[in-house]
Design a protein around this ligand. Structure first.
Ligand SMILES: [Zn+2]
Ligand SMILES: [Zn+2]
Length: 391
């Protein structure tokens, strides 16, 4: 059915215009006023009746029948852009994860579906979701009823710096993104003069021992079949070279595939922190500030997406990740808060190749120089619409 592709391609320039607006005006977290004002106005112009959901989310619906949710995340990152693009963002924020592409694609979907409403055999609920990068937006939308009546959900994430041609869609069976947890370990000791350390408890030294001990959790306690990464990226403590530090904090992130592994490692971080601090007469507290579960693609939804994309989008360009060669596998360890939605309703995430390494798209997601091939925009529109219009 080349008709969907033809219609999507005709929307290419419109999507580029949308994308560049979002890119130049990148906003972060829940503070996405400019972005949502633009989306709202576009949806109204297209004849939709947009609604607010939670803190700065937007939904709009089309068609009748079983409800399928299409979700785009709309937030950028606090990254200073260094692409040198004419539409680069100058505010200190950047769409370094390609959510500008996602938002433009979903507006393209809204436009295309308006033109063939009579052919829809289901209801499509579009969701423009903020605060994905904080791993808080999906949860907030769910708490405000965005999944009421929803039978299935789909999202799409662009990939760049890949060896695969633009427009290739990869679908993972089962787990497709790891869980994420952001944690803090705060160590309490006792400050005193650096010349009489016996009168104090050195929180800095305890922090250093905890930092090194944590390495052994992955190296010695996690089986080879469990994939996990434990990173401490920040450690702070002390005030002067001749004063014993009374407090130290360590901040880090844990990424895992599989809930049992996640629970086990969390427990071990807590135990190691407390025990190490106790052994050296200090105290440690471990807490998690935010996080999300691993994203599991539903078997039925994977089958549905494969069928719909092969028929309505492109047979050649639709691939299961298990069919890819080692050099083509796309797993960057990035987490995805769509996992909260996938935990509630059968869901699938599509990975859309949107930048070939050999063609100048060399930087990875979240990099200040990352860019995407705008040809992927209309192809993303075609993907969603193939699913919407599948019998
Ligand atoms: Zn990201
Ligand atoms: Zn992202």
């Amino acid at each position: 059915m080349d008709e969907i592709k033809k219609k999507a391609k005709a929307l290419g320039q419109t999507c580029i215009k949308h994308r560049r607006y979002f890119h130049q005006n990148a906003e972060t977290g829940f503070d996405v006023e400019k972005t949502t004002a633009y989306i709202w106005a576009q949806l109204q112009t297209l004849g939709y009746a947009p609604k607010r959901v939670g803190k700065n989310g937007i939904t709009a619906e089309i068609g009748t029948g079983k409800t399928l949710l299409f979700r785009a995340d709309i937030d950028g990152l606090p990254v200073r852009e260094k692409t040198g693009l004419p539409f680069a963002c100058k505010t200190g924020n950047m769409h370094a994860c390609g959510h500008d592409m996602h938002t433009a694609i979903l507006l393209g979907v809204a436009e295309l579906l308006k033109g063939c409403e009579d052919k829809l055999t289901r209801k499509i609920r579009l969701l423009f979701q903020p605060a994905e990068e904080l791993l808080l937006g999906a949860k907030d939308c769910i708490e405000h009823g965005v999944l009421d009546g929803v039978k299935g959900a789909v999202t799409l994430h662009v990939l760049t710096a890949t060896p695969l041609p633009v427009g290739t869609v990869i679908i993972a069976e089962g787990e497709s993104a790891p869980s994420a947890d952001y944690f803090t370990i705060s160590v309490k000791g006792k400050s005193c003069h650096g010349a009489v350390p016996q009168n104090g408890v050195d929180a800095l030294a305890i922090g250093a021992r905890i930092l090194l001990a944590l390495d052994s959790v992955i190296a010695k306690e996690t089986p080879v079949s469990s994939r996990a990464v434990l990173t401490v990226g920040k450690m702070e403590g002390g005030s002067a070279g001749n004063v014993i530090a009374g407090e130290t904090t360590l901040q880090g992130t844990l990424r895992c595939f599989g809930e049992p592994t996640r629970a086990f490692i969390k427990k071990r971080i807590e135990k190691i922190s407390r025990s190490t601090a106790n052994a050296f007469q200090g105290k440690a507290r471990f807490f998690i500030s935010s996080g999300c579960p691993s994203l599991v693609n539903d078997g039925g939804m994977v089958e549905f997406a494969m069928r719909a994309l092969q028929r309505g989008y492109d047979k050649e360009k639709t691939v299961l990740s298990s069919a890819l060669g080692d050099g083509e596998k796309e797993r960057n360890g990035g987490s995805e808060d769509f996992a909260y939605i996938a935990r509630e309703v059968p869901s699938v995430m599509l990975a859309l190749c949107a930048g070939e390494k050999d063609k100048g798209f060399a930087y990875p997601l979240h990099h200040p120089k990352v860019d995407f091939d705008e040809n992927a925009l209309w192809q993303g529109v075609a993907c969603f619409c193939a699913l919407a219009l599948e019998k």
